[in-house]
Design a protein around this ligand. Structure first.
Ligand code: BGC
Length: 703
């Protein structure tokens, strides 16, 4: 029996004994491990703690947490509060804990669900050993605007890819069991459509139509709910005049009633209090009322619930049953995490050294998150015997921490190997020189056989509240590449970033271009492996790359519109309409050919088979992608949508018959009320290496 069911009677008995203040206390999440209000804990006015000492944990440096310190706090709750209800400890364990993996956008680029799941399992194990029960990941916000810094934290622009990854992250964190000492509660955030923030400006208002909400923004959350995600976080955003934090249709309506999901809903940081700033609540009391009635169970760092819920119940503005239901959900979560069995964490379990297996998992995922965009003349992988000049601002060994990317609370710089050392470790019989300053880089470029220039974004240029008005490289970097490109020595650019960038000038200057979304702890060795050919650049773009900012928003699963006709084909007079690189794009060190596409469709859905042949000289991996278009439907449908993919390894010269299937439900679409339409008619299917290439055929679906 699950612990939450085993403790059902105890939970009811506690609810029976609690004062209104203690009930509101269970719904109150206090910030900080540094300055915890112990008197409030003793009075039962704190239900959970977020182990963060600022509202910008993704960007600010955070204090480490240790099981011993958390046990101390736990003792206050268990031994000194009237009812002895344990605290729940939460922390943003976003893309790893000590073992930091690639940022989620890079994980999406891997198209490798197993690897993403393994990273989550490792993170859960490491963080749980530090005493943390609950993480605020996965972030499932579809992002179509790379100015928005939080694009780094999600799985890109595609609902299917994000849904697959959502399930894997939830399972990776939770499936070992929340009470097992190895699993943690996950949190699907930020519900919902937070990525629509206008102008890519974080926290801004968004516009989303009901059908886009249903078909684009909700699916990853539905996948997380189906995978049993324990909690969901309401987004900061508002649309149509209603902030998500006070939106009963989204929270109680879609999540709880329509999907039958029964987990805990937490607000974002201070978001209940910010209902006053939105102008929908006159004061903190009304903010508490609106949020609780909409379905928010826990008030994160807003101080509205514990201050006002008791009086709101006494005055009849909030029914006590609504308060009790929220408290019950929170206590069930605590029971699920094993806190009613043993509220303490063993103090000797935290890892001292990162185990090799954890490093290998992070490195394998990093290899598969790096995307090769250009490789003129097969300059990569670098041949043995070359004298390599390693230059550029991000090649500086002192800057290695930047490869962690945003939201790295527990990664340790000392655990990292910088790129220069990693290349030198691989180097024999290659020679690797390094120049820090641009002038030295230029001088060196004249003497070596190949220049590797590492450029891009430092880690806090993306993530929360780190939006940009440009997609260009930071100042000076393009000029450096252009200068180096003119010298005549072959130039490899490695762009490391937290978002898609407009890379046209990089492509013009360099002979080869690798794009790495901040790859995490193993960045140095992983990039070196790829440069030297010990690993393939295995990534495929999880977002469309624009030619320039002016094309944004640009995404592959757009509508056809009425005017893709000859005289009205181009949308811009100054630039082509097409992207720089399509969604799903990525080269490798070998080449693949597709042939013999066959499809079958019946009541279970679609099954496709295709032969993929490795036509190159090296073994390699391919991400086989299947896209569908519903040719005619009662509502216009996107020109194509990813419905299935598979990463396969194929030895040089060999062929593989790859099978992909699309369940019947996924052949349909939702209307604005969330009703699934499975409409008969013809569909077009493409199977290929990205969203623009591949074999194509048509079939009939009977609905
Ligand atoms: C972010 C969330 C995060 C929370 C707690 C907020 O500012 O929007 O993603 O989980 O802080 O750190």
């Amino acid at each position: 029996m699950l612990p939450q069911d085993r403790h059902a009677d105890r939970i009811e008995s506690l609810i029976g004994q609690m004062t209104l203040e203690e009930k509101a206390g269970q719904l109150n999440q206090e910030p900080s491990t540094v300055d915890v209000p112990l008197d409030m804990v003793e009075k039962g006015l704190v239900g959970s703690l977020i182990c963060a000492n600022s509202a910008y944990a993704g960007t600010d440096r955070q204090a480490r947490v240790r099981a011993a310190a958390l046990n101390e706090l736990q003792r206050v709750a268990v031994e000194r509060s009237r009812l002895g209800i344990p605290l729940l400890f939460a922390r943003d364990v976003i893309h790893g804990h000590r073992t930091v993996g690639p940022i989620p956008l890079g994980q999406a680029a891997s198209f490798w669900p197993e690897g993403v799941r393994r990273l989550a399992e490792i993170a859960a194990q490491e963080a749980r050993a530090d005493g943390i029960h609950w993480t605020f990941t996965p972030m499932l916000d579809i992002a179509r605007d790379p100015r928005w810094g939080r694009i780094a934290e999600g799985f890109g622009e595609d609902p299917h890819l994000a849904s697959v990854m959502a399930e894997q992250v939830v399972r990776g964190f939770q499936d070992a069991g929340l009470h097992s000492g190895k699993g943690m509660a996950a949190c699907a955030k930020h519900y919902v459509a937070y990525g629509t923030a206008e102008g890519g400006r974080d926290y801004n208002t968004g516009e989303v139509t009901p059908t886009t909400l249903e078909n684009v923004y909700l699916p990853p959350f539905k996948a997380a709910a189906r995978a049993g995600v324990a909690t969901v976080m309401a987004a900061f955003i508002e649309f149509d005049g209603r902030p998500a934090t006070a939106n009963p249709d989204l929270l109680n309506g879609i999540l709880r009633r329509r999907w039958g999901w029964d987990g805990v809903i937490v607000s974002d940081w201070n978001a209940v209090a910010e209902l006053v700033n939105h102008g929908v609540a006159a004061d903190l009391a009304q903010a508490a009322e609106l949020a609780l009635l909409a379905g928010v169970d826990i008030d994160m760092a807003g101080g509205a619930y514990w201050r006002h819920l008791p009086d709101l119940v006494r005055s009849g503005r909030v029914p006590v049953e609504v308060l009790d239901a929220a408290v019950r959900r929170v206590l069930r979560l605590k029971a699920a995490c094993g806190l009613f069995d043993d509220p303490y964490t063993p103090e000797d379990a935290a890892i001292v050294e990162i185990p090799d297996e954890h490093r290998r998992a992070a490195r394998a995922l990093a290899h598969r998150s790096i995307v090769l965009l250009k490789n003129q003349g097969g300059i990569l992988p670098l041949r043995p015997g070359l004298r390599i000049g390693l230059v550029g601002p991000l090649a500086n060994p002192q800057a290695k921490e930047t490869f962690f990317g945003t939201w790295t609370l527990d990664g340790e710089e000392e655990d990292m190997t910088d790129l220069l050392s990693a290349m030198r470790a691989h180097a024999a019989p290659r020679e690797v020189w390094h120049a820090l300053l641009p002038d030295e880089a230029v001088a060196q470029a004249r003497l070596c056989d190949v220049v590797v220039a590492v450029v891009g974004e430092w880690r806090h240029r993306s993530g929360e509240d780190n939006s940009t008005t440009t997609l260009d490289l930071p100042p000076g970097q393009t000029e450096l590449l252009q200068y180096l490109g003119r010298i005549g020595t072959p130039l490899v650019a490695v762009v490391v970033a937290g978002r898609s960038l407009a890379v046209e000038p990089v492509l013009e200057a360099a002979d080869a271009v690798l794009f790495a979304f901040h790859p995490g702890l193993e960045a140095g060795p992983a990039i070196a492996d790829v440069l030297m050919g010990d690993a393939e650049p295995g990534g495929r773009l999880p977002v469309t790359f624009p030619r320039s900012l002016g094309q944004v928003p640009i995404y592959y699963n757009r509508k056809n519109t009425g005017r893709p006709v000859p005289n009205f084909r181009y949308r811009y007079v100054d630039r082509p309409d097409s992207p720089q690189f399509p969604f799903g794009f990525g080269l490798g060190y070998t080449t693949f050919e597709y042939s013999d596409l066959e499809v079958e469709v019946d009541r279970d859905g679609l099954r496709a088979r295709v032969t993929v042949t490795n036509t190159g000289q090296r073994d390699g991996e391919e991400v086989v992608q299947l896209y569908l278009r519903d040719d005619v439907a009662s509502l216009s449908r996107p020109i194509k949508e990813l419905k299935a993919f598979q990463r396969v390894a194929i030895p040089a010269g060999r062929s593989l018959r790859v099978k992909l299937s699309v369940p019947r439900q996924a052949m349909g679409f939702f209307d604005g009320e969330g009703r699934l339409h499975l409409e008969p008619g013809t569909f077009t299917v493409w199977v290929g290496p990205n969203s623009e290439e591949g074999l194509q055929t048509q079939f009939r679906f009977d609905g």
